[in-house]
Write a protein that binds this ligand. Structure first.
Ligand SMILES: O=C(O)c1cc(C(=O)O)c2c(n1)C(=O)C(=O)c1cc(C(=O)O)[nH]c1-2
Ligand SMILES: [Ca+2]
Length: 689
């Protein structure tokens, strides 16, 4: 195995400078560390011999307790970190001194447009500027020295439910950015802008639009007309079709090619999206483009006719692997659907695919056709099905890492099942979730024994995967899914954080745990490493949120959550871990009044339609947003209505639902949550609390 190096890039002096610093492991200048997104550092000062002496240099408390997903960048002694709500901070790496910060002031109500919290995964550095996407769809360029805005463009139709959570990528003088929104209804695309001016260069739509509207006048017109259009049926455009590129965008310098990781269908349910017919290109695909023009080169579709939120947006890693005695230029991906893909990046042909976790939707891949061999029941067309991996994915946005030294890929894997069922009726609800699934009647059971049995089906694992043999080399188990992203180094190390706040260093070859520090809060983000003045540092952001905490009733800690923090380590540093405030959990707060059974039942139906996606199934929250069973507002019909109908908390993301709910509906919701609070109170009393 070897790193991807060389290539004949022609992007001018600034581009050459970025390439040079990306290849020098001293700085961490791109999202994935290098252009090949291996998240492998050549630095060896911190190694398997001395990692036990790693200590805290400094930490910095951010001003938000929402999802912290950032991969910080480090360039010439300065760390640049993004936070939830798309804020940016610049620190002197050695001391933690804040040099500047920038808040794009994303309107709080925009939070309700996100499927999966208001996180931001990172920024891009180029030619004296720092580029990042704001949650409300803006792409912003800051002066890297001062943090002052240089230009800003709106990349989406802000009247719709588009969001940006992913990092922009730099390609030869252009900034490329995608967007998210396919749970609510979106048509995916990426856009390239001139890095100097913010002027649009090209746009590529990943799925066809409404044929009645004619071509888009975009780089994708030809391939959508000639190839993709034929694979769609019905009135898919009513919900946009999906295919959002919300995370991975990778530039291949050897082949001068851009790869997009394309997302799930909108709605999820293939039957409702496309009459159950057709592959629906380019959903759940990796698409290769000409980076100069945005024109299509090839694609490989991982999940044809996607129906489970199986995105192919997950990290795309480039490498050269020796396969059957021949060096092959490959890309590797461990997408949501649970199979590890090795793909020839010269032509998009599937080389191998093997499941890296338990899966039941398919038994394998036919290497001749490149298609999955599906379990005939997986499409839930004849009744509900419990499918694994579920919508959370066997692997989500948490970055994986590849060490050319060990030849292993380190995957932060989830084991999480999901029940899919056709709805009785599907009506598009503009601005809200449009999955095309039955969500009513899917709340978790109250019986603690049944809850415990379900909880057992959820776990996580660090999988050290051999991509040539397509088998696990070693693994490390976690009791919960949603653990942190990965970093690997030439010092034979792998770093990963977990949901319990433990940051560990493992021996990259054997998996032996060599060092652990507890940061006092869950860690989802990936660590990075860099060198300043001859000393190697490791940095990672702590903080919880994102898709799993919001939509799961099985979080081990109901919150409220402390603010996220950036932590920086080096050898022999003696900094004391900050005392992270652990908030007391408020007791259940059922109001004394009684509600009718009809009210409660109606409220449950509405909750299971509109509320669970943030406040948790059965109103059991992760504490990332409030646990309503414990909320003060529950005691007062008036206060409750002021929130749900009048939108008094819209600046915190809790918009007015007056478009979707009447005042009577809001009161029914209060009745349901009150009932949930009453049950929680009984459980608390039973537990002697
Ligand atoms: O379909 C989409 O457009 C879209 C967007 C995003 C996003 O932008 O964060 C996520 C997802 N899907 C998704 O399926 C998912 O599991 C997910 C997790 C997260 C997160 O930040 O924790 N975002 C997203
Ligand atoms: Ca999605």
């Amino acid at each position: 195995c070897s790193q991807v190096t060389g290539g004949s890039d022609s992007g001018g002096a600034a581009w050459d400078k970025l390439i040079a610093s990306s290849e020098d492991s001293k700085d961490w200048v791109t999202y994935g560390g290098t252009f090949d997104e291996q998240r492998f550092s050549q630095l060896t000062q911190i190694s398997d011999q001395n990692v036990g002496q790693l200590g805290l240099v400094w930490s910095y408390e951010f001003d938000t307790n929402r999802a912290q997903e950032t991969t910080p960048l480090e360039y010439e002694g300065v760390i640049y970190a993004t936070t939830a709500w798309s804020k940016v901070f610049a620190f002197e790496a050695k001391t933690g001194k804040l040099l500047w910060s920038y808040d794009p002031e994303v309107p709080g109500e925009y939070g309700a447009k996100g499927c999966c919290d208001v996180g931001n995964r990172g920024a891009a550095i180029y030619d004296g500027k720092l580029y990042f996407g704001a949650f409300d769809g803006r792409l912003i360029a800051l002066d890297i020295k001062t943090g002052k805005p240089v230009w800003s463009v709106v990349t989406v139709d802000q009247s719709k439910t588009y969001t940006i959570t992913g990092a922009p990528r730099i390609v030869k003088g252009k900034v490329v950015i995608g967007n998210g929104g396919a749970e609510l209804g979106a048509r995916g695309y990426v856009t390239a802008y001139d890095a100097q001016t913010g002027k649009q260069v090209w746009r590529f739509y990943t799925v066809p639009g409404n044929p009645a509207d004619g071509p888009d006048n975009a780089a994708s017109d030809k391939v959508l007309a000639e190839k993709a259009g034929k694979t769609w049926f019905g009135e898919y455009w009513k919900t946009g079709g999906g295919g959002t590129v919300w995370d991975s965008i990778v530039y291949d310098r050897e082949l001068d090619q851009l790869y997009l990781g394309v997302g799930n269908g909108s709605p999820w349910n293939h039957k409702l999206r496309s009459e159950g017919k057709g592959d629906n290109l380019f959903l759940s695909s990796i698409v290769a483009l000409d980076p100069d023009t945005g024109e299509y080169r090839w694609h490989y579709q991982e999940t044809p006719g996607e129906s489970w939120d199986y995105t192919a947006t997950q990290q795309i890693t480039l490498a050269t692997l020796d396969i059957d005695g021949k060096p092959r230029k490959v890309l590797m991906q461990a997408p949501k659907n649970g199979f590890f893909f090795v793909i020839d990046r010269t032509d998009g042909k599937l080389i191998s695919a093997k499941n890296f976790v338990d899966v039941n939707w398919a038994t394998g891949y036919d290497l001749k056709t490149g298609r999955p061999i599906e379990n005939p029941k997986a499409r839930y067309t004849d009744g509900p099905q419990a499918i694994v991996p579920g919508a959370l994915g066997a692997h989500n946005w948490q970055p994986m890492a590849f060490s050319p030294k060990t030849g292993l890929v380190y995957i932060p894997a989830n084991h999480a099942i999901f029940a899919y069922e056709d709805p009785a009726k599907f009506e598009v609800r503009e601005g809200r979730w449009n999955l095309g699934l039955k969500t009513e009647g899917t709340s978790p059971p109250d019986d603690p024994k049944a809850m415990a049995a379900t909880r057992k089906l959820l776990s996580g694992r660090l999988v050290a995967w051999d991509p040539i043999k397509q088998q696990e080399s070693w693994g490390f188990d976690y009791g919960e899914p949603w653990n942190g992203g990965l970093l690997t180094t030439a010092g034979n190390l792998v770093f990963q954080g977990d949901t319990k706040g433990n940051l560990r260093a493992f021996a990259a070859d054997s998996g032996k745990v060599l060092w652990t520090a507890n940061l006092g809060m869950p860690i989802m983000a990936a660590p990075v490493t860099f060198e300043v003045d001859g000393e190697q540092y490791v940095a990672v952001a702590g903080g919880y949120g994102g898709a799993y905490p919001l939509t799961s009733a099985f979080n081990d800690n109901p919150g409220p959550r402390p603010n996220g923090r950036l932590f920086v380590f080096k050898l022999n540093a003696k900094g004391v871990m900050p005392k992270v405030e652990q908030f007391a959990v408020a007791p259940a707060n059922p109001p004394s009044e009684t509600f009718t059974a009809a009210q409660i039942a109606h409220g449950q139906q509405l909750f299971e339609r509109d509320c669970w996606v943030c406040h948790g199934p059965g109103a059991i929250s992760s504490g990332v947003v409030p646990d309503l069973r414990r909320a003060g507002s529950l005691s007062s019909a008036e206060v409750w209505k002021s929130v749900v109908i009048d939108g008094v908390l819209k600046d915190r993301g809790m918009i007015s639902f007056s478009k979707y709910l009447t005042a009577d509906d809001a009161e029914a919701l209060r009745a349901y949550v009150a009932d949930r609070a009453r049950i929680l109170k009984q459980q608390e009393a039973g537990a002697g609390k």
